[in-house]
Design a protein around this ligand. Structure first.
Ligand code: ASP
Length: 310
């Protein structure tokens, strides 16, 4: 049997040791552990990488701690607009949704776009009609209400500012979520889900649902899920760039991920991080911010749940 491996993230940002209460810290670690365990169990039981990444991301979406699903940030209009993507490395199949509202698990809708439509990317009203055709239940806006997120929004509401929810001064750092996995057959997959940036307007879409920018998977190279200021990650075509460096420069997943996060994206002042896995189960989780909520486990015995740099 080949190596199995799973890595997850819950956002990168100004996560400085000592600024968060120990209680909060253990809440985050517990949520990460749970998501890691659920996804890894799918792999251990012989499930495929797509099912594993969806299972992990759903757990993170269901937690109010992260900026995805239940914990999504507020838009300039005081609503929640969510984006998600999923991709499998075997046949380069992909599905993505953007600007959706009321859906409990956007990652599942992205998976349905991949498996049940002939398209890759559905947005806004059309994506909602697709969800309706598949009998998705809509959650009440209250389901997505979180006091802290609301306060974050009130602070910049009525300004032109928009804010990465996990990269600000106070102890309000949460984030986009994602998972990458390598299953027993060496097939890899990536999934990413987000509420985007606080106070976003004009139908702003970040990197998370964009194939090649915030999310990508190719069995020949790697599966990648990103987090950070989406505008930079789109311009850097970050997820695909990691894959390209592996393909054309023969870099390992670790070297390619580091090159993109600590050199290329920094050059244009992009802040954030990513998680990546290759088809042999090697994992990389670089970030150029103070911290990144992250966890990983693989059949070579490695297991980690971390927030800060050291
Ligand atoms: N990348 C996400 C976006 O720009 C934000 C995040 O990582 O939290 O929408």
């Amino acid at each position: 049997m080949k190596n199995i491996a799973l890595a997850i993230h819950g956002g990168a940002g100004t996560l400085v040791k000592g600024l968060m209460t120990t209680e909060k810290e253990s809440d985050y670690k517990a949520a990460l552990k749970k998501a890691l365990h659920i996804g890894y169990t799918v792999l251990e039981n012989g499930g495929d990488s797509v099912r594993a990444v969806e299972a992990s991301v759903k757990i993170l979406e269901d937690s109010h701690l992260f900026n995805a699903g239940k914990g999504s940030v507020f838009t300039a209009e005081g609503t929640h607009e969510m984006d998600a993507a999923i991709m499998e490395g075997k046949n380069l199949e992909a599905g993505a949704v953007s600007l959706i509202t009321g859906i409990k698990n956007p990652v599942s809708l992205a998976r349905d776009v991949m498996q049940k439509s002939e398209h890759v990317f559905l947005a806004g009203e059309g994506a909602m009609r697709f969800a309706n055709d598949l009998n998705y239940k809509l959650e009440d806006p209250n389901y997505f209400y979180d006091e802290l997120r609301h306060t974050q929004w009130l602070e910049i509401k009525d300004t032109d500012g928009f804010q990465l929810d996990h990269s600000i001064k106070k102890d309000s750092k949460f984030g986009t979520v994602g998972a990458v996995a390598c299953d027993k057959d060496g097939n890899i997959a990536a999934a990413t889900s987000t509420g985007g940036m606080t106070n976003k307007k004009w139908g702003r879409v970040g990197d998370s649902p964009m194939i090649g920018a915030g999310n990508y998977a190719n069995n020949d190279t790697c599966a990648v899920s990103c987090t950070g200021s989406g505008e930079f990650f789109i311009r850097g075509v970050v997820a695909y760039d990691v894959s390209s460096l592996m393909e054309h420069k023969n870099m390992t997943v670790e070297e390619a991920a580091n090159e993109v996060i600590n050199k290329r994206i920094l050059k244009i002042k992009g802040d954030g991080g990513l998680i990546a896995v290759d088809a042999q189960g090697n994992i990389a989780m670089p970030f150029n911010t103070e911290g990144m909520y992250r966890a990983s486990k693989s059949s070579n015995g490695h297991e980690e749940v971390s927030i800060y740099r050291v």
